[in-house]
Design a protein around this ligand. Structure first.
Ligand code: BEZ
Length: 177
């Protein structure tokens, strides 16, 4: 038996667990947004950075990476992810769709920040988000690095995300003083 985990943030480029298979995948009806505060990775308490979460949006697709893990490793992997992502994420199950035409969707686990969690920040103009990202640092490094690594990983996969790419351009180009 095995289980699937879908990554749409740092799990795309740094899964930190062993897996038996990795596929490009998407989830339907969700968009990736930099609306979750990070006080333990890319910011600090009182001066949070911004990291991604998922928000419902009809007709939208969020692309990421699906990892198939041996279910015998599941408890250890989920414990580790629960610790790593302890800043406000819940684990939910969603259908994962694969890039391979005709392949059937599978159920997979996804981390999702509920808007009632204490680190939730929510929407803001993209220039304000870029400004916050550019000034934020935390134990895992610069918030800018997180945005640029995510954008680079999505480009490597050949998938689109207008919100991520626009933010990456702003933080890279110094467009948000
Ligand atoms: C991820 O998919 O990379 C992820 C996003 C938020 C929390 C945990 C994992």
């Amino acid at each position: 038996m095995s289980a699937w985990i879908f990554g749409y943030g740092s799990l795309i480029w740094r899964p930190d667990f062993s897996y038996v298979e990795r596929r490009t995948a998407w989830i339907a009806g969700w968009s990736r947004r930099f609306w979750q505060g990070s006080t333990d990775h890319r910011g600090v308490p009182g001066d949070p950075g911004r990291v991604v979460t998922l928000v419902r949006e009809d007709g939208s697709r969020c692309w990421g990476r699906a990892y198939r893990i041996e279910s015998g490793n599941g408890d250890e992997i989920f414990d580790r992810l629960a610790y790593r992502e302890k800043g406000g994420y819940d684990r939910i199950s969603l259908d994962l769709h694969f890039a391979v035409p005709g392949s059937a969707p599978v159920s997979g686990f996804v981390y999702f920040a509920n808007p009632d969690n204490p680190n939730w920040i929510g929407p803001a103009p993209l220039n304000d988000i870029a400004r916050q990202v550019r000034r934020s640092h935390g134990p895992s490094g610069a918030n800018t690095e997180y945005v640029l690594q995510l954008a680079a990983a999505l480009r490597d996969m050949g998938v689109e995300d207008a919100h991520v790419f626009a933010l990456a351009d702003l933080v890279k180009g110094g467009g948000a003083p």
